[in-house]
Design a protein. Sequence first.
Length: 579
Amino acid sequence: MPQRNAVFAQIPVAVLLAALGAPASRAVETLPPDALRPGQMGEVRTVLSGRDPQTLAVEILDVLPDEIAPGVPMILCRLADETGRYVGVAAGMSGSPVYVDGKLIGALAYSIGALPREPVCGITPIGAMLESEELPDGPPPAPEGLLPAPLAVAVQGLGAGAGVRFAELWQRLGVDPSRVFVVPSSGGGPPSDGNALAPGRAVSALLVWGDARIAATGTVTWREGDRLLAFGHPFLGFGRTAFALAPAEIAHTVASQLSPFKIARIGDPVGTVTQDRLTGITGRVGPLPPAVRFEAVVERPGRAPVERRYRMVRSPLLTPVLASMLLRQAATATTGDERDEALVMRATVELDGAEPVRYTAAGSGGENGAAEQRLAQELQRLLARLMQAPVALPDVRSVRVQIAAAEPGGGWTLAQAVPDRLAAKPGETIRVHVQLRGPRGAARDETLAVEVPGDAGPGRYTLLVGSARAVDGKLGAVAEARLRTADDARSYLEAVRALRTDAAIAAVLAREGEGIVRGGALYPALPASVHGLVRSRPGGESMYRSRWYPIARAERDVGRSVSGGVETAIEILPLENRR
């Protein structure tokens, strides 16, 4: 919903949730912009309440060449009857078909001015909208001079914090959060019916459905068979896309001089949005797009588990952000953000034709909502790695998270880590006694058994103890280096699976040694000649230097994040010293 020099603004697409139905349209005649004259009267068809469109009078004011984009004029008009003047150009009217002499001229798509004293609006010509069906892959060009304007957002099932979370979402998508306002949503609604999507009726592009719904709601402009056009301007401007398409029913249209909007009930998916372009969205009623299943189970002591199930649009940009929002909603569904607790998340990401990726993360709490926010960030980062990878990976099919809560909030601090010996022989076991201190006097003792390999060379080693993630960082963040250098799906997924958590305590026996990370793999302790040869290879291959050679590791889940670390020198005796 853009503005041009603070004058022209896209009609806010109402991002709402709920349900609808209605019959398909027959072919209609169209009228090009050059056939229009100032003063001509027409009508716009849009739903103000219920399912059936209402007719509003419209007066043609002018045609502005190249106003939407080079070669795409804007038809300037004004709502001319009492109802239109009272309601104004509301969020959710985007795409409402406009007819002159019974012929379709385009879609109501832009409001004019921030606080207009008359409902002046802009129409996207139908000819430009029809051309969008055949455009190639890739995002559309940005409208010249058009800037984001308020986008009406409403949700079902995301709780009181939805406004803040949506502000974060739109910001990541390049939409100024100050131009986003939250409108109420309406639950329930009649069964969905793809035949309900006729011109003038409400339609939604779904991002999430299931136990919560998120959708952009506008109006159908044109339909022929199973094909339809709507909105008259971009939703997110993704170009060729695959959002779910659903009918909608309008509960009420709120009149406002600042930002009028429609409250909608959104139905179940009945088709697919195939294009998200400068001049509107294109959809087909029928097969549904691929979606990512998301399941969350939250367990708290003394309470029944909370389970939530959703479907999300499959999009490298959107899915990670939506998943993080849904995780926060599930984690606070029965308690709110104020609970003093620590959380541990165990996530399983199913991939098409590949082994699942499992990942653990902890949120220590402390501040209101801090634990949930930390887990949401961790999940978003994981999914971004899997969906925005530099190599081709299998599609993400589903995400399942299990969240376990422990009271009070806070993490473990490593008080001490004492090995039972400072010298060991190859094949022996070093037992590390670990003391952890937690909130409100909590304590936990663990013993980690580090087995020295039988072929370990003699010399001075270092025993590093701390959170698994911190120890990995101390060793040079090898997993991250493997991710950055991976050149195929196998090596990349192996690197993702090697990422460590801060909810586990780890003891690693390592020695200093120059190595290289390249092609997603670690080549530790290389001889100087080999090291120099590999690094001097032509071709600019990405690689990182490794300064440690880990030979043994022991790790244990401790249910909270761990801070602090201990390093101890260990002498590995030569084989001839065995008795």
